[in-house]
Design a protein around this ligand. Sequence first.
Ligand code: AMP
Ligand code: MG
Length: 325
Amino acid sequence: MYAIVAQIGTDIVQAKQFLEAGELVAIPTETVYGLAANALNEEAVAKIFKAKNRPSFDPLIVHVNSLERVSQFVEEIPEQAKKLVSNYWPGPVTILLRKKAIVPDLVTSGLDSVAVRVPSHPLTLDLLASLEFPLAAPSANPFGYVSPTEAAHVEAQLGNQVSYILDGGTCRVGVESTIVSFLHEKPRVLRLGGLAVEDIEALIGEVEVNEHSSSTPAAPGMLKSHYSPGKSIELINGFDFTRVSDFSELGTIVFDTMLKDIPAENQVVLSKSANLDEAARNLFSALRLLDQKPNIKTILTEYVPNHGLGRAINDRIKRATANKD
Ligand code: AMP
Ligand code: MG
């Protein structure tokens, strides 16, 4: 028996054909790679949940290529939401609005709201423009694992589950989109992500932020240990180094400076120049890299300055290091 292995390429016509046939295609975005299907085809959407082993209570983001298209799927777009996306779409911000009946329940996990975004990637924007339907797409990783930021990451984990991987290179932002809910009077950030809260507030005024959105059933994507890679990952601050006899079993993901005593090849510096955008871009591939090094038993990491994209990085670090008991 041979596993069916996805084709990888830059052919949007081929990607379009698979999607029209109700198949899964991995798509590049500026945040992370998505696992896409026709959002209006419930059977196709069901394949996403199956491929990812994602629980059906975790809703998907609907991707379109323009703000104009959003009104087909949502009841009303409040002025603040319009202002936000007029400025930042295509870009790493997702808005949550009341849905129209055309959006299948499976996409929204039965909620009466839908999350929508226009991603910023030339290949995916061309693909979306060529399609007559929107794409439902969560991150293209098995449920609970780190999101992919390169086509090769998708191939390694879901290569035999998708028909085609559209290769758009390395993701420019590297963390998932910021999700902003406009369901209530005051906008609320449900997930910190690729658009900084400061940028949002500068444009539309103060927003509420769900800092610890973990494990509340209302926000199912934010389970506490959602981002944990396979091996133990702990904060440097508070780690008991006296219990380690062999320092080559330690790996680190540090912001701008390596730790002494641990081999350099076991350490990833997120940004030598202490740039938070660069750090965000490198975070998930660092987790993957160290997770795959067989000699490393424990990954140590640290928080970065808590502003700009640092808040999204810290949120992912917090979840990755969360106690899974
Ligand atoms: P992913 O694309 O894998 O990053 O996951 C999408 C995330 O968006 C989900 O895990 C939810 O947290 C969030 N989301 C999508 N739709 C909704 C919705 N209707 N209500 C609340 N959160 C949503
Ligand atoms: Mg995800």
